[in-house]
Design a protein around this ligand. Structure first.
Ligand code: PLP
Length: 280
């Protein structure tokens, strides 16, 4: 029997049997009232995993990033500095400008997903009233458009030092943070040590059908909860969606190392395949 693997995206997965079972059997409550026990368990678990105080379950990675931008840049006319190949810049419809009146200033991404920090430093604005207010630096790890590259740890530490030097918060679009931590064989907490907020997705490579979490301090998440409601992302018995995300953390994330090995084999085979095709 032919076995077809759909390689378009790591989002075209199906929930596992355990996920479906958890969706049907988990305890539920109204999460807009903060009363869904399954959502609460997920939020606590992810905050602990990332070494931060709190987290918030949201419907998508796009909403998670937008909420982060809106909380950090709470004045219209603020500015985010980020890579020109980042998902926030390329693929989120300029939501920051569209919805929040926030300007996105892009610096060129290097092929490894990093960008030149001297370039960023030159662009951080001062108090000139002609200019927007630089309010956030945003990075991505692993880097989707750069081919799933995992950002080197020393660069992560340098960007966080730069942010501290200029009293700027640092947001990480960590849609695939667990892939990065698996690759580096380091706990996710270490990779986000210098970040003030992190977005992590369950529907990318982890088989869960829906959902992301935004992670940060108690104060940040309190404000994020308000913005989520305003954007229409307040969900009621959201435990049906948090339940498969919990299974993703417990049962799928530990298998990512195997996924990476398989991806390497496929990459080699497809390189050889395209070489043979060119020869024919
Ligand atoms: C790096 C990155 N961030 C954010 C997103 C947005 O996630 P969603 O599709 O859940 O809105 C994606 C989607 O592929 C992504 O690759």
């Amino acid at each position: 029997m032919a076995y077809i693997v759909d390689m378009r995206s790591d989002t075209v997965t199906k929930p596992t049997k355990a996920m479906k079972h958890a969706m049907v059997n988990s305890a539920l409550g109204d999460d807009v009232y903060g009363e869904d026990p399954t959502v609460i368990t997920l939020q606590k678990k992810v905050a602990t995993l990332l070494g931060k105080q709190a987290s918030l379950f949201v419907p998508s990675g796009t909403m998670s990033n937008l909420i982060a931008v809106m909380v950090h840049c709470n004045k219209r006319g603020s500015e985010v500095i980020l890579g020109n190949l980042s998902h926030i810049y390329k693929y989120e419809q300029g939501g920051a400008a569209h919805v929040a009146g926030v300007q996105l200033t892009a610096v060129p991404n290097n092929p490894d997903g990093t960008f030149d920090l001297r370039d960023v430093e030159k662009r951080i604005r001062g108090s000139d009233i002609h200019e927007p207010i630089t309010s956030l630096i945003a990075i991505e790890n692993s880097h989707n458009v750069c081919g799933g590259k995992v950002i080197p740890l020393d660069w992560l530490d340098s960007v966080s030092e730069l942010c501290k030097k200029h009293s700027l918060p640092l947001h990480l679009d960590g849609a695939r943070l667990l892939n990065a931590s698996t690759h580096l064989q380091l706990p996710p907490e270490r990779l986000v040590r210098g970040c003030d907020s992190i977005s992590l997705c369950f529907s990318k490579g982890l088989s869960a059908p829906v959902g992301s979490v935004l992670v940060g301090s108690y104060h940040f998440i309190e404000q994020a909860r308000r913005v989520r409601k305003m954007l229409g992302g307040g969900m009621r018995q959201a435990g049906v969606l948090a339940a498969p995300a919990l299974v993703a953390l417990d049962e799928v994330a530990p298998a990512l190392a195997l996924d990476h090995k398989r991806a390497q084999v496929l990459a080699k085979v497809s390189k050889a395949g395209s070489y043979l095709c060119r020869k024919m």
